[in-house]
Design a protein around this ligand. Structure first.
Ligand code: NAP
Length: 287
């Protein structure tokens, strides 16, 4: 039930449901939440250099003792490390914090700075087997295609903001055309979660299937082949968010949920000048 996967362009299987760790700033709480997620059956863990969660994720992995080959661990390079050589060094530091000797997936977190220099480092680490797959995050289709056109290894994944209010329907055909898997971040709508869950279409589908609004929101994505990485620090919700493979939304329910799309991201706005401008002053946590 919990290990449904999609196949990446590397041939590797990536779990459709993973566990997010953004904003779990207390390391002890993060370790507890990740341990609960592993106990609940999650096998994909999502961390990033800039979340400050690589160390507690590594501790939880060791504490729970799931065999390494059953896990799929993703991290992300922060854009301050987008320099040739420095990207590689930062990946090695990530591995050290995680206590791992390889990562299943390393992403370019944001398309800022010298992305191409960083990508060449990731390509080399991929060829060496230190990174089993490499990918990007927050890339609009134009940036993604350019990266593919002028490099040797195509990204396996684009992790982008995707939820009921921002369904990425314009980006999807491009991702499919280039064989790049879509992984939804903020799949529960993050700060807009309560407003989203109160939508009549969500409430109706939840009532019809005896499921929660969260399960409907996640099922809506997974049913379209989109991977999801919900975050929670509450055990009951952690279990709830992976329990989405025993029901299917009907065509009418899917259509009603599709109608909630505003195509307006709240976080993944790297294609907007003001966002790119502001990146210069973004602070960095753990590099
Ligand atoms: N690549 C990027 O730039 C990027 C950006 C953002 C996020 N991400 C990744 O994507 C992951 C998920 O995104 P996110 O954490 O921003 O947002 P999210 O998963 O959409 O939403 C998290 C919020 O939903 C609540 N929640 C979780 N399960 C629930 C449930 N069953 N019922 C009711 N409320 C529930 C959580 O509260 P509690 O914790 O209190 O339960 C938390 O407030 C992140 O953790 C991170 O790994 C990546």
């Amino acid at each position: 039930m919990t290990h449904k996967t999609l196949t990446l362009n590397t041939g590797a299987a990536m779990p459709l449901v993973g566990f997010g760790t953004y904003q779990v700033t207390d390391p002890a709480e993060c370790e507890r939440a990740v341990s609960a997620a592993l106990e609940a059956g999650y096998r994909l863990l999502d961390t990033a250099q800039n979340y400050g969660t690589e160390t507690p994720v590594g501790k939880a992995v060791r504490a729970v003792g799931v065999p390494r080959e059953e896990l799929f661990i993703t991290s992300k390079v922060w854009f301050r490390n987008h320099k040739e050589g420095e990207c590689r060094a930062s990946v090695l530091r990530s591995l050290e914090r995680l206590g791992l000797d390889y990562l299943d997936l390393m992403l370019i977190h944001w398309p800022f700075g010298d992305v191409y220099a960083a990508w060449r480092d990731l390509e080399a680490l991929y060829r060496e087997g230190v990174l089993r797959a490499i990918g990007v995050s927050n890339f609009s289709p134009d940036r993604l295609i350019d990266l593919i056109n002028f490099n040797e290894v195509a990204p396996a994944v684009n992790q982008i903001e995707t939820h009921l209010y921002c369904q990425q329907r314009a980006a999807r055909p491009w991702l499919q055309k280039y064989g790049v898997a879509q992984q939804a971040y903020a799949p529960l709508g993050q700060s807009r979660i309560n407003e989203m869950f109160a939508q009549p279409a969500v409430q109706a589908a939840a009532a019809a299937h005896g499921k929660t609004p969260a399960q409907v929101a996640l099922r809506f994505l997974v049913q379209q082949g989109i991977a999801v990485i919900p975050k929670s620090t509450h055990e009951a919700r952690i279990r709830e968010n992976i329990d989405i493979f025993d029901f299917a939304l009907t065509e009418d329910e899917m259509a009603a949920l599709q109608a909630l799309d505003t195509a307006d991201p709240m976080i993944g706005t790297a294609d907007r000048p003001a966002r790119v401008e502001s990146s210069k002053s973004w602070t960095s946590r753990e590099l």
